[in-house]
Design a protein around this ligand. Structure first.
Ligand code: NAP
Length: 307
């Protein structure tokens, strides 16, 4: 048990904020945890669950005297929050975030920070489709990557301290620029979510196939998209509004590739289909080899029991 930061402030206490609270508690990484969330219900729940030692109804009060401040709310809230907490941040404090986009976060947060505050944006590549203060768990970040996007004038000691924090949470840490982060995540996370939301919508709007049939026969593949499409609407609205260029770039490429598959199906080009599907299978195997998913069939779901 090594205390890495005497006082940590969590701004937003949902899936990611509460998971951080759990892991800080279980490993003794913080001397004290303070918190702020938008609603009174979440603030009360955070105290009841023991996620925070003290909760405040103002973000500025929550960050007072904090050594580490972590923004854990939807990215669309960061600009206003930075404006509010900027004057209250302690000189030398380390400010970071967990937002799913990085360029827009730098754009929105940096102008509000006083000199002497170390701002190092971050993004843990770990999550579930659940949200809220009750959805977190200490193991969420284990063996997952956390991307940090230090700014050109970031203090290397602060980067080192934040890297140490994420490693203590169980993560592997990599640094890249905010722009590169946004491109990588556009294809690995943002586009898959958009596709999942869209396929669920397409299925829901069908006329010849009823909704009850879609649900009844969902084990054919559809249900795996519905898990992703059940993700928090506010969070994902903010992701697409704030990573517009990169998502549109990847969406353009996706549409071209989809048209090529459409053409192969129309013209009975089995060779093209077989080649694409073979390459895809290889990528799945690489993900398993990299320890980023289970090799168990059907994601390790238990087979249905005999009636
Ligand atoms: P979540 O479970 O929906 O929790 C969001 C939290 O932010 C709640 O405590 C909410 O408070 C608070 N909040 C909302 N608006 C606020 C405002 N204006 N001011 C202050 N607090 C506000 O969300 P999450 O999944 O933890 O996501 C949080 C951040 O992590 C997002 O930026 C997201 O991009 C990023 N992220 C998410 C995942 C994932 O898989 N979920 C993975 C990596 C990174 P109330 O409950 O009171 O509304």
């Amino acid at each position: 048990m090594t205390v890495l930061f005497e006082r940590v402030a969590l701004i937003g206490i949902g899936l990611i904020g509460s998971s951080l609270a759990h892991v800080m508690r279980s490993k003794g990484l913080a001397g004290e945890i303070t918190g702020y969330a938008k609603s009174e219900a979440t603030r009360a729940k955070s105290v009841e669950l023991g996620l925070v030692d003290r909760v405040f109804d103002s973000a500025a009060d929550a960050v007072k005297d904090a050594d580490l401040v972590i923004l854990c709310s939807p990215v669309g809230t960061y600009g206003a929050l930075a404006q509010e907490i900027g004057p209250a941040l302690k000189p030398g404090a380390l400010l970071t975030d967990v937002g799913s986009v990085k360029g827009a976060v730098v754009r929105d947060v940096l102008p509000h920070l006083p000199p002497g505050v170390n701002f190092i944006p971050g993004h843990p590549i770990a999550g579930t489709e659940q949200s809220g203060p009750e959805s977190g768990f200490a193991e969420l970040f284990i063996n997952r990557w956390c991307i940090l996007t230090p700014l050109p004038d970031s203090d290397p000691k602060a980067v080192e301290a934040l890297t140490g924090f994420w490693r203590a949470c169980g993560s592997n840490v990599e640094n890249m620029t905010p722009e590169h982060h946004d491109l990588v995540l556009a294809i690995t996370s943002h586009l898959p979510h958009l596709i999942a939301y869209n396929i669920v919508l397409t299925a829901a709007d069908l006329e010849e196939v009823t909704s009850s049939e879609v649900i009844k026969y969902s084990a054919g593949g559809f249900r795996d998209f519905t898990r992703i499409a059940a993700s928090d609407p506010t969070m994902w609205r903010d992701v697409f509004l704030n990573n517009r260029e990169a998502v549109l770039e990847m969406l353009g490429r996706f549409s071209e590739d989809l048209s090529a598959l459409q053409r192969a199906i129309r013209w009975g080009d089995g060779e093209t289909l077989f080649d694409v599907f073979t390459r895809s299978r290889q990528i799945r195997r690489s993900i398993i080899a990299a320890g980023q998913d289970t090799a168990a069939p059907d994601f390790g779901r238990n087979p249905p029991k005999a009636q």
